[in-house]
Structure formats: C-alpha cells, structure tokens
Ligand binder design. Sequence first.
Ligand code: ADP
Ligand code: MG
Ligand code: ZN
Length: 608
Amino acid sequence: MNKTTSFSIWYVLLAIMAVVLVHDFILALNKVEELPYSQFKSLVVTGKVAEVSVTSHILTGKLKAEGESKEQKAFTTVRVDDPDLVRELNQHGVTFTGVIESTFLRDVLSWVIPVALFVGIWFFILKRFGQAQGGFMQVGQSKAKIYVEKDIKVTFADVAGVDEAKEELGEVIEFLKTPEKFTKLGGKIPKGILLVGPPGTGKTLLARAVAGEAGVTFFSISGSEFVEMFVGVGAARVRDLFDQAKLKAPCIIFIDELDALGKARGAGPMGHEEREQTLNQLLVEMDGFDPRIGVILMAATNRPEILDPALLRAGRFDRHVVVDRPDKIGRLAILRVHAKQVTLGPDADLENIAAMTPGFSGADLANIINEAALLAVRRGKDQVGFSELQEAVERVIAGLEKKNRVLNKMEKERVAYHETGHALVAMSLPGMDQVQKISIIPRGVAALGYTLQLPTEDRFLMTKSELENKVAVLLGGRIAEETIFGEASTGAQNDLLKATDIAKSMVKAYGMSEKLGTISLERERQSQFLQLPVASERGDYSEETAREIDCEVRRIIDEQYGRVKSLLEENKAALQQGATLLLEREVITGAELKVVMENLSAQRQPTE
Ligand code: ADP
Ligand code: MG
Ligand code: ZN
C-alpha cells in the first residue's frame, strides 16, 4: 500500500474521533445533575423547582436560582410511574411541559456517522481515481507490472536445441557488452529483435539468457498486461518503460507476447482503443531511440502473422529470430539441461526419450523431467529411472494430444515421403526457390511437416513456366505418397488448394491459357499472389467461359501431375533414401538431400 492510501484512512479515522470529542464536549458544557426521583419529589414539595419537561422516560428541568447566583441548575431524573406528579407540580407552581421524547441526538449520530464514512470513502476513491486520470505518469511509475531484473543467472548453457537462434543473438550480446566498439566502427545495430516460434520453445528463456550472458539489466513486460482498464495507462507504461531503460543502459527491454498488444490495428473486438494507443506509443518510442545508447528491444510472439505490419517495418522489429521446436539432437540437449536438476538412475536413457518425443517443445521436455522426478518420489525411489521417464512421456503426450498432434509411426513415415516429394521436385525443376530445410516435426495444428523454400532474391515477376513449376512442387507431396504407398491421404489438401489457385490465376488473371487467350478476368490481383494465391469471387463472364476456365485449370494441373509422376518414378530411389534419412533425423537440409541425389546418380552413371 502506498502513502496516499494509508494517509486517507487515517484522515477518516481522525475525523470520526473529532466528531466524538466535540459531542462529549458539548454535553460537558451543559452539565446536568442526575437526581434520584425521591429527591426530585422533595425538591418539588419544597418549592425549589422552577420548570420541568416531561417525556415518557425522563424528567428534565431547572431548579430555582438560589441566593446570589442567577444560574438555574439543570437536573434530570428517571421517571417513575407516579399518578400524583401532575397534581403536585400544579400545586407548587412549577411550569411544566410534556415533550415528545427527543431522539434528535441518536438520529443525528445514526445519520451522520454512516454519511461521514461514506463521504470519507468517496473522497478516498476519488483521490485514487483522480490520480489515474490526472497523472498517467504516476500510475506508470508505480512500476506495477514492469519487471526489472539485474544479475540474471540464466545463460546460454541453460537454453538448448536452438543453436541457430543463439548464434544470431551472439552479436547482440557482443554489442551489449561493448557498445563503444560497435559505435566506433559505425556498425549497424539492430533496434528490435523479434523471437518467433511456437509456445514453450524457450523464447522468454532465450531473451533472459541474452541479458544474463551480457550481464545487463533486463526490463520485461508482457503484452497482455498492457490491456488495462483505463485508456492511456498502457501508453504511459510504455513511455515509462523506455524512460527507465534509457537510464539503465546498457540493457534489454523485452516485450513478451507482443501479439497481445501488437495485433493489427482495427482488428479484434474489444478494447482496441487502448491497445491502439499503446501500440502507437510503442512505435513512437521505437522510432525515438537510438540503439547506440545501449538499449536493445526484444519481443516474443508465437503469432507473427497477426502483428501490425507497422511493427515489422525497417527500424522496428526488423530482425526476426526463429525459435523452432527442437530436433532429436536438440531434444536430447534440452533433456540433459533439465536432468541436471534431478538424480538420474543408470538406466535413464535420455537418448531414447529424445527419440520418442518428436514435436515436443522445450517446455514439454522440461515437464517430462519434472513429472518423472515426481513419480520417482511417489514410488519412494531416490533416482529417476527409465520407467519413470517413459511414464512421464506418456502423461505429457496425453496432455498434449489436445493441443498438438503427435503422429504415430505410420503417419510419420507418410509425412516423411510427402515432404521429401516436395523437396525433390523443387530441387529438380529450374527456377525454384532453394530448399533450405525439410522437417517432419509437427508445427502447430495445421502442418504435420514442412519443406522450407527460401527465395534467393526478391521476385516481382514470374514466368509461365515458373508458375507451372510451382504447381508441380505443390503436387510433389501427394504424388510421392501415391508412388510409395499406392494411395493418397488427406494430408495434401492444403497443397492441392494452393496448386488449384495458382492454376486458376494463370487462366483467369494472367492470360496464360491458350484456349482462353490473352485476357484477364480478374481485377485487383497484381503480383500479390507471389506470396499466397487467393481464389477470388466469380467474375463477370459467361457460363461458357466458366466451363472453359474449369477445363483449363484441370488441364494445367493434369499436365503437371503427369510430369511430377514420371519425375518421382525416375527418382524413386532418391525419394526412398531421402525419406529414410528424414525419418531418422526429423530435419534435414536441402543440401543433405542433394548429396543423396548426387550419390545415387553417381552410382548409376558407371552401369549405364
Ligand atoms: P516460450 O517463451 O517460447 O513460450 P519459455 O521460454 O517460457 O517458452 O519456456 C518455458 C520453459 O520451458 C523454460 O523456462 C524452460 O524451463 C523450458 N524450455 C523451453 N525451451 C527450452 C530450451 N530450448 N532449452 C531449455 N529449456 C527450455
Ligand atoms: Mg514466453
Ligand atoms: Zn505438402
């Protein structure tokens, strides 16, 4: 509790005490003598009473002034059932009045106290609320949710299986350690680094490890905590965060769950005014600081696609570091990191566990070790054995099954052939983006595996044959499945959708079909599809043309199908060897697959 709140409470208490004291004081001023009824009666009889007010319970009155003093003494007495009272008062010439018993004081108190309390509380609330409205800075400065950590003990040794990400962040650590060196050389330091990857892969851990390695202060705040009740508080907090950080340079500012606050403006149902203000403030702050002072901004998200594009522009979060789910070797390394916390038995074969857990994130693996340790304790063991580890895997899988897909062996095999098919076709056809990576580690719920093709240069135009090749690559996955297993599976729907869209665009938008001729039946389509083709609404053309379009789309797909089919039949051995390697390793590079292909063709050459 801060100073203002306790002060306010004392204030209210003080006011109440004052009221009570004043009340006593007033009573004390009208000093009233309390008499027994009998004495009162005798005073009446002796003619010493001047006046009396009669209520149902009490008689109050004044005595006649005696001697020198002109003061009439007040008295009070409890009324006794006395039928003669009125007659006697009359007899001795006492002025008397009947009074309806006054509850004035009681009424006042019973009203005043609650009202006073109410007013007091009201003021107290107003005071706090007024603060929130009048001084954002103050609220921001309350540091309520900005976490500041110095001397972080986490290092890169605690983060395993994400070597590429670590390598990329190495430069940042160098910079934070010796900013002068970079400044002198005039090197360009990234301002904002965005860690992108599925939940639990160690993004937050990695950010802290960077601070730990560099030995700098770590300011962190979570995007979801920016969503506040009062508009403007989030923005103030951002300003405050940067102000504080600039004073502590070199340091890292880390915004976790950036997507919660960095959603594209205008998207999302609720509280967007607040979010927009906060986001705008963040953009302003990012533009306004020079990383050369030694402040590096890092953020993490598992949904980069929903981020406001403004956040990703040059000079903002323009450096992206992918933190992916670990492969088998990575999983083993992560298991080893966490196994340091427990005592493993001689039979605890972590390699075996790593082989069992494709698709698991670092957090899942940490969880396995933890669960296994709990099991061992429950079983009264002093070491974690293989059986505990195995059971822990099962438990974690059961928990995961809802979140993520865990493939069975058959499915995994199929996915391996599917992805190898894509990759082989991409590598065999000219003008295709280079195959970087082929993976059968499930990615989220949507993709079971993926073939990562990265363009070697920016492309703004595509030729007809390049588009055809793209269709071919998309078909490669499904056709590989057919070639090996004899039948297709549901896994290729997304590929087919994309292939069909490309073929449709070729016919409808780019005039690449001889049958329809050089016409475009679509508007607003330009080269955006270089990213992702989107099927558009049925345009302004006849039924007959529509039928022709359908035929042409089918023809393009069929043509490519035939081409890919024979290509993969020819390279069946490469497909098999590649898929086997992929199954074993879960992730292989394009270069490795190329080696497989080249070895095979080298073997073939002499016999021919
Ligand atoms: P994210 O931020 O990507 O969702 P976290 O960094 O919060 O993931 O990871 C949660 C926990 O899981 C970490 O504290 C750590 O114990 C464990 N963990 C995740 N990834 C790794 C990793 N690559 N190496 C070691 N531990 C990891
Ligand atoms: Mg996190
Ligand atoms: Zn596919």
